[in-house]
Design a protein around this ligand. Structure first.
Ligand SMILES: [Zn+2]
Ligand SMILES: [Zn+2]
Length: 397
């Protein structure tokens, strides 16, 4: 590290960390591990954290890592969260640190989130004075329901005494370095539906003797859109998408059954509670009308992610000070889901986005795309935001 005349602000310290952030992120990118299998990833994170001063490092579960910085002054307990898992995707990038684990890829940017939280841990651990208690959780298995957050929040003592939570997701659809925050509903609950229509098979030339599950299933698909357009208020966000329809095997046989699967996305907990009955009523009505039976299963995914207004306001202030008015924007709500919502069951908090998309670097592919990558400059913005937010949120009331 060279000695420079620049003032030693958090922003400057984070900017100087870029080569280290790249090293961490590229190592993680090269050796991705999918949800609940992040053993090498967790070992790497723990060994990097153990080289930093003033941190207590532990593993609350087999593949998650916790670093705690106990403050030198009174204050609040702040939880900072990064997710660390990769996806079962065959990477199509060609840079030198491309995935070495064929069939696994950091295609959502969690390698970047991990590097950002390592960088944040480094800055905060080297700080002589800190307020409150800073807990940095490197969470496993965000990408696979029921999610790693559920386990950490409800089966470990991670959240005991936590006053406030924050975390971020890189966003390839926002320009690199932009910080997006919004109060209130931010991300949807991603639930799943499974429908089996039980008809009666027969000869395709004599449909009157059969109960055709395909014709009935087609009506179910069409009528489910009425749940959205006629069954709920236009002011309540709801998406119902049937994404799977499987039936039959040849041209002259009406099959016995049709299998349908799909996703239901909501923000409002009240609407989410009503959704299973609204949907089943349509399935039941159509099947009854045509003499078919059915099986229906509604699978709850992650909870909707509702940001606390007060914490979101603090993050907005931090964003204004960190990246300036031009790059601090109001986030758009998204119908995507995120298990960060589990932490918010135990403490108020807010989740935000840091843009990582740069056309010239081709880092604007959508998340989960086999050519997804990030503009690594965004890692610096991520550290600046996380470290500043942690310090601000840890101040005593
Ligand atoms: Zn993802
Ligand atoms: Zn993600």
């Amino acid at each position: 590290m060279t000695i420079s005349d620049e003032p030693v602000t958090l922003n400057n310290r984070a900017a100087r960390l870029l080569p280290q952030l790249q090293t961490w992120r590229r190592h993680l990118h090269q050796f991705p591990e999918v949800s609940f299998q992040e053993h090498q990833t967790a070992a790497y994170i723990a060994s990097e954290l153990r080289q930093m001063p003033n941190l207590e490092v532990s593993q609350p579960t087999a593949t998650s890592v916790l670093a705690v910085r106990k403050g030198t002054q009174p204050g609040r307990t702040v939880l900072l969260r990064a997710d660390i898992d990769a996806l079962p995707i065959l990477e199509e990038n060609s840079f030198e640190y491309v995935s070495q684990n064929a069939g696994a890829m950091h295609a959502c940017g969690h390698d970047g989130h991990t590097a950002i939280l390592l960088g944040t841990a480094k800055l905060l651990s080297e700080q002589a004075e800190t307020a409150g208690e800073l807990r940095m959780i490197f969470q496993h298995a965000e990408e696979q329901s029921p999610g790693g957050a559920e386990e950490l929040v409800f089966q470990t003592d991670l959240m005991d005494g936590v006053d406030v939570v924050t975390g971020l997701h890189l966003n390839s659809q926002l320009p690199s370095g932009v910080v997006a925050v919004k109060p209130g509903a931010f991300m949807a609950a991603p639930d799943n539906i499974y429908i089996t229509i039980l008809g009666r098979g027969g000869h395709a030339a004599h449909p009157e003797e059969a109960i055709d599950p395909i014709a009935i299933g087609a009506q179910v698909v069409g009528n489910l859109q009425h749940v959205v357009s006629r069954g709920t208020s236009a002011l309540e966000a709801l998406v119902v998408s049937v994404t799977y329809f499987q039936a039959g095997s040849t041209t002259n046989v009406i099959p016995e059954r049709a299998e349908l699967k799909g996703t239901v996305r909501t923000f409002s907990p009240e609407l989410r509670e009503r959704a299973p009955e609204l949907i089943e009523r349509v399935v039941r009505g159509i099947c009854d009308a045509h003499g078919a039976k059915y099986e229906f299963r509604y699978e709850l995914g992650y909870r909707p992610l509702i940001n606390d207004d007060g914490v979101a306001e603090v993050l907005r202030q931090v964003a204004l000070e960190t990246v300036g008015e031009d790059r601090a924007v109001v986030a758009q709500p998204t119908m995507g889901g995120e298990d960060f919502s589990a932490y918010l069951q135990k403490a108020p908090g807010a989740y935000f986005n840091v843009g990582s998309g740069t056309r010239e670097l081709e880092s604007d592919y959508p998340h989960h795309h086999p050519r997804f990558t990030i503009d690594e400059e965004a890692l610096v913005t991520g550290v600046q935001m996380m470290a500043a937010a942690a310090q601000r949120l840890a101040q005593p009331d």
